[in-house]
Design a protein around this ligand. Structure first.
Ligand code: NAD
Length: 353
C-alpha cells in the first residue's frame, strides 16, 4: 500500500465544511486503489488568529512544507475584517503562498454538459468549454515594491523578472502539450513596460515548444473574448492580477463558483484549493457546494501524487452526481432531481467511487 502525508488547512467559514467532504472522497478512492492518506491539520487565517494571534503560524509553514501536498479550504470573514491589513487572514494567505514558493496557479474552467443551463451565457456559446488558466501567483503587483499609501495617494508596483516569467511560461507550455497544444498569453503590452518584457520572454520560451501554437491577447480584449467566444481558448497564460480577475470571470462560465478547483504548484510543494472564499453568508448552514474542493483533491492526486486513475475516478464520480441530478442549493435551479446539502453531496460522490 502506498502512503501519502497530506496537510489539511480547513480555514474559516465554509472551509471547515467542504474540506471534510473532500477527505471523505479521498478515503473512498484510497480504499479502492489501495492508497493510505495520513492527514495532519494546520491552522491559517481567522482560525489561526483566534488560536495564536498570528494568521500564519510557523508550525503551518513547516508542516505543509514537510508534507506531500496540501488541501486547503478558504480563509477570511467579517469577524477579522477590521484588523490592520498585515494582521488579517488574507495577509496570512499571501504570506503562505510566498513561503510555499507556489508560483503557478492552475485554474481549470470546464463546463459540464448537464449544467449548460446554469451559465448566464447561451448554451451554444459555452457547451464544450475546457480552459486552463495558468496564473503567476507570487509576483507582480500584489507583491511589488514600493507600495504604500498616505493621505493624498496610494501606490503599488508591478514588477516581473525574466526568470519569474520563464518558469511560469514553461508550466503553461508543458500543460498545453498534454491538452490541445495552444497557449494564449495575456498581457497589457500596449501600455505597460512590464507586459512587454512578459511578451518578449514568453516568445523566447515558446521556441522550446515548437508544437504549441502561441498567441497573444491584451487583457481587456481577453475579458471580452471569454464572454463572446470562450471555446477559442485552451491554455491562458497570464500574470497575477490579470489572472485573478480573468479566472473568476472564466469560473462563471461553468455556472457556479462552487464547482471550480485550483492547484498552486511550485518547486517545494503544492497547494490545492477551491477558487472561492469562505462564503460567510452561508457558513455554518451545511449548504455549501463541496465539488470545487473535491475536484481540487482530484487535481492533487493527478499533479502531485501521480495517481491518475484515482483522479479519474473522482472526476467520473462528480460527473455522475451531476448527470443524476444531485444539486446543492447554488445549482438547484438547474436540472435538479434531488436537492442535497454539503455532507450529502460528499456521501453521494464517495459512494459513486
Ligand atoms: P466568496 O467566494 O466567499 O463568496 C462569493 C459568493 O459565492 C457568496 O455568495 C457565497 O455564498 C458563494 N459561494 C462561494 N463558495 C460557494 C460554495 N462552495 N457553494 C455555494 N456558494 C458558494 O467571496 P467573498 O464573499 O468575496 O469573500 C468572503 C471571504 O472569503 C472574504 O473574507 C474574502 O477575503 C475571503 N476569500 C478567501 C479566499 C481564499 O481563502 N482563497 C478567496 C476569496 C475570498
Amino acid at each position: 500500500m502506498v502512503n501519502y502525508n497530506i496537510s489539511l488547512i480547513k480555514g474559516d467559514g465554509i472551509g471547515v465544511e467542504i474540506v471534510d467532504e473532500a477527505v471523505k472522497v479521498l478515503d473512498a478512492v484510497g480504499k479502492k486503489f489501495d492508497i493510505q492518506f495520513n492527514y495532519k491539520e494546520y491552522l491559517m487565517g481567522g482560525a489561526a488568529i483566534d488560536a495564536t494571534g498570528d494568521p500564519l503560524p510557523q508550525e503551518t509553514v513547516d508542516g505543509v512544507l514537510a508534507s506531500d501536498a496540501c488541501l486547503f479550504g478558504a480563509i477570511g470573514g467579517p469577524k477579522w475584517d477590521n484588523l490592520p491589513r498585515e494582521k488579517r487572514p488574507e495577509s496570512g494567505l499571501l504570506k503562505f503562498r510566498k513561503s510555499m514558493g507556489v508560483f503557478a496557479n492552475l485554474r481549470p474552467a470546464v463546463v459540464y454538459d448537464e449544467l449548460v443551463d446554469a451559465s448566464s451565457l447561451k448554451p451554444e456559446v459555452i457547451r464544450g468549454v475546457d480552459i486552463m488558466v495558468v496564473r503567476e501567483l507570487i509576483g507582480g503587483i500584489y507583491f511589488g515594491e514600493p507600495k504604500g499609501k498616505d493621505e493624498t495617494k496610494g501606490w503599488n508596483t508591478m514588477v516581473y523578472t525574466v526568470p519569474e516569467i520563464e518558469r511560469i511560461a514553461h508550466v503553461a507550455f508543458k500543460l498545453a502539450m498534454k491538452r490541445d497544444k495552444r497557449v494564449c498569453s495575456v498581457d497589457k503590452a500596449n501600455v505597460l513596460d512590464v507586459s512587454q518584457l512578459w511578451r518578449d520572454t514568453v516568445i523566447k520560451i515558446s521556441s522550446q515548444y515548437p508544437e504549441v501554437e502561441l498567441s497573444h491577447m491584451y487583457v481587456d480584449n481577453c475579458a471580452m473574448q471569454l464572454i463572446a467566444n470562450p471555446r477559442q481558448f485552451d491554455v491562458i497564460l497570464t500574470g497575477n492580477i490579470f489572472g485573478d480577475i480573468l479566472s473568476d470571470e472564466a469560473s462563471m462560465l461553468s455556472g457556479s463558483i462552487g464547482l471550480l478547483p485550483s492547484a498552486s504548484t511550485g518547486e517545494k510543494t503544492a497547494v490545492y484549493e477551491p477558487i472561492h472564499g469562505s462564503a460567510p453568508d452561508i457558513a455554518g448552514q451545511g449548504i455549501a457546494n463541496p465539488i470545487a474542493t473535491i475536484s481540487s483533491a482530484s487535481m492533487m492526486l493527478r499533479y502531485s501524487l501521480d495517481e491518475e486513475k484515482a483522479a479519474d475516478a473522482i472526476d467520473a464520480a462528480i460527473k455522475k452526481a451531476m448527470s443524476e441530478g444531485y444539486r446543492t442549493g447554488d445549482l438547484s435551479a438547474y436540472d435538479c432531481k434531488q436537492k442535497v446539502n454539503c455532507s450529502q453531496m460528499g456521501d453521494i460522490i464517495a459512494s459513486f467511487i
